[in-house]
Design a protein around this ligand. Structure first.
Ligand SMILES: Nc1ncnc2c1ncn2[C@@H]1O[C@H](COP(=O)(O)OP(=O)(O)OP(=O)(O)O)[C@@H](O)[C@H]1O
Length: 125
């Protein structure tokens, strides 16, 4: 196969992200949550260390979501019929997303619970 230019490699990767956003509701939901978490980070002026954890959590969820989409597409192409290995592949990929999401929830609670409660206290007098 002909070697692709860097520009084309980048374009194909963007097409992959666009495919995930277009076809997978979960990718769209997690992207929305990621944007909210980043907005909250700016709103509450979280520390550099907190940003590192928040960004790690956010990117882990988005990366595993896209890998899950890739696994689903590859499995559906290779094995459209019911097969235990097709189930194992899809369930394992979904498990990776679940673990990343649990990590993101834990990080979200550790970073945002305190500032959100303090903000609510001020807001409610
Ligand atoms: N070819 C297959 N053979 C056996 N089990 C399958 C197969 N395809 C899907 N499954 C089972 O059904 C579940 C749902 O599969 P599906 O392809 O609908 O993915 P999904 O997780 O619902 O993805 P989406 O995010 O697109 O809704 C899988 O997690 C797996 O347990």
């Amino acid at each position: 196969m002909k070697r692709r230019s860097w520009g084309l490699v980048f374009l194909n990767a963007l097409e992959g992200i666009a495919y995930g956003l277009r076809t997978q509701r979960n990718v769209r939901v997690h992207t929305g949550v990621a944007i909210l978490m980043c907005a909250a980070g700016f709103f509450f002026h979280i520390s550099r260390t907190d940003w590192m954890f928040v960004l790690t959590a956010v990117f882990m969820v988005l990366v595993t979501e896209l890998m899950n989409t890739a696994v689903e597409a590859a499995v559906d192409l290779a094995q459209p019929d019911i097969h235990p290995l097709a189930k194992a592949a899809k369930d394992t990929a979904a498990g990776a997303v679940l673990l990343a999401a649990v990590f993101a929830v834990i990080i979200g609670c550790i970073v945002f619970l305190k500032p959100v409660l303090a903000w609510l206290r001020v807001l409610l007098g």
